[in-house]
Write a protein that binds this ligand. Structure first.
Ligand SMILES: Cc1cc2nc3c(=O)[nH]c(=O)nc-3n(C[C@H](O)[C@H](O)[C@H](O)COP(=O)(O)OP(=O)(O)OC[C@H]3O[C@@H](n4cnc5c(N)ncnc54)[C@H](O)[C@@H]3O)c2cc1C
Length: 440
């Protein structure tokens, strides 16, 4: 059915990775998708989900995330071919100042069954050379190798999740834009759209960068006082902050393989004490390094590499429309191509002088981040549930599985407890680590 029905027990708004995953898993929990309507103002994958790099990693100081990503990998492995999941692993590289954090992350990952190996000092450098014989180590002192991680091809993931929703009877209705909510007695009675009104028992918001506007429509506060786990406190912090994700692609006919002729792990390097220097010109481009890349052929007409750099903060206001590559204001900076290609050449011999092969096209997009940049999954009204992932999408496909359990069952799901909204007033917000990244 492609028409908006007059009512549904569950109305899910937004058909990105979270709306699709939640709808599919809820249908499995209920035994049928008959009571579920998933609406999107455009179509599945029209938001961040359709333009992401799709990396799935579990490298976080925020330990409760480790169990969430383990669920996500289970979801990808439900049907990795259909969902486009490549379980190639993930390698993160740091310097001496990060060793104690790497040790903590490694311990926590393994305690929840997320298998990873830790290498320190010369062992770290030897390990990198064993994967990529042309690896140039610079100041790398510590490495984590997450064996369960990898990446998902974005279009394949959207098509696969959509197919699973349809297979389980979920009614996906595209071209339906939510414009408001009929709130009565504190709960939403109906969702108002440009196409008509749909009565709902339960509404689930999975709207990525559009969530702030709907949060405001529901009368929720746009600033709040935030207490952190380390005892610090910020008064009147913005509830939502937009960030720009800078990504891009480079043609490489390679092929880009490991020493064993395998598709390499996603590689992520953050060095705070080493400047980024273009190996071809010798010019210093930055006083630190933050870069990740992987095989990117899925999005390219020729073989190539896809990756990105450090996100850039915009602030509490942004023009979300038009979204993604259509928005002139939020494309990757002109300097991104130089920096990305320089980092590739700096760490692997094979990429020396690759800058002319950067694929010049529109790249990047924006996301809405929470006050501590960690997801919020919670009831925000008695019958409105919010999935606000703070731009961790592909790593968090498992959220939909857990949220579906919570919606269909009668008790809260333990893995979701650390991500409740009341953590800010409880002094339980996250956020300490040495990384320059917003995600700690
Ligand atoms: C450039 C970029 C690179 C990224 N790389 C990665 C990565 O490598 N790994 C990773 O884990 N994450 C990555 N992310 C983050 C990830 O893509 C997002 O966190 C995730 O896709 C968000 O999914 P979502 O379902 O919450 O929202 P979205 O995918 O944004 O979906 C929201 C949907 O809501 C719909 N919608 C909006 N308003 C309305 C309305 N009024 N009525 C009805 N429907 C509406 C939209 O059309 C859209 O389809 C990246 C993001 C960007 C922008």
């Amino acid at each position: 059915m492609t028409q908006l029905p007059a009512s549904a027990k569950y109305v899910i708004v937004g058909a990105g990775v979270h709306g699709l995953s939640t709808a599919w898993h809820l249908a499995m929990e209920l035994g049928t998708g008959d009571d579920i309507v998933l609406i999107d103002k455009t179509a599945p994958g029209a938001g961040a989900t359709g333009i992401a790099c799709g990396c799935v990693r579990n490298f976080y100081m925020t330990e409760p995330i480790h169990a969430l990503v383990r669920e996500s990998v289970d979801v990808w492995n439900y049907d990795p071919v259909l969902l486009g999941f490549q379980q190639v692993g993930y390698i993160s590289c740091g310097e001496e100042n990060q060793i104690s954090e790497y040790e903590k992350i490694h311990k926590s990952q393994n305690s929840v069954g997320y298998s990873s190996d830790l290498y320190v000092g010369q062992d770290a450098r030897n390990f990198l050379s064993s994967v990529w014989p042309d690896f140039k180590h610079h100041t790398i002192d510590v490495v984590i190798h997450e064996k369960l991680s990898g990446y998902a091809g974005t279009q394949q993931a959207v098509d696969g999740l959509t197919a699973l929703c349809e297979r389980h009877g979920v009614n996906i209705v595209g071209g339906v834009e939510v414009t408001g909510y009929d709130v009565q007695g504190g709960s939403v009675r109906a969702v108002e759209t440009k196409t008509g009104t749909i009565e709902a028992d339960v509404v689930i918001l999975c709207m990525g960068a559009w969530i702030p506007a709907h949060w405001e429509m529901l009368g929720k506060p746009m600033t709040l006082d935030v207490g952190y786990q380390d005892g610090s406190f910020v008064e009147g912090k913005d509830m939502w902050t937009y960030w720009r994700l800078e990504e891009g692609e480079v043609y490489y006919d390679g092929p880009y393989y490991t020493a064993d002729n395998l598709n390499p792990p996603v590689l992520h390097i953050e060095l705070m004490n080493t400047p980024l220097v273009d190996p071809t010109t010798g010019k210093e481009l930055d006083d630190n390094i933050y870069v990740y890349w992987k095989n990117g052929t899925e999005r390219m007409e020729r073989p190539g590499i896809q990756g990105g750099g450090l996100p850039k903060m915009i602030g509490p206001d942004a023009s979300v429309e038009p979204y993604g590559h259509a928005n002139d204001a939020y494309q990757a900076d002109a300097s991104f191509a130089d920096e990305f290609a320089a980092a590739m050449g700096m760490f692997m011999e094979r990429f020396d002088g690759i800058r002319p092969d950067f694929k010049e096209r529109r790249n990047g997009g924006i996301g809405a981040f929470t006050p501590d940049n960690i997801p919020i999954m919670d009831w925000i009204l008695p019958n409105v549930y919010m999935v606000a992932d703070s731009n961790h999408g592909f790593k968090m496909t498992g959220i939909g599985k857990l949220v579906a359990k919570e919606l269909a069952g009668s008790s809260p799901v333990s893995e979701l407890q650390p991500f409740r909204f009341d953590r800010f007033e409880r002094g339980a917000a996250y956020g300490s680590g040495t990384t320059h990244s917003p995600w700690v």
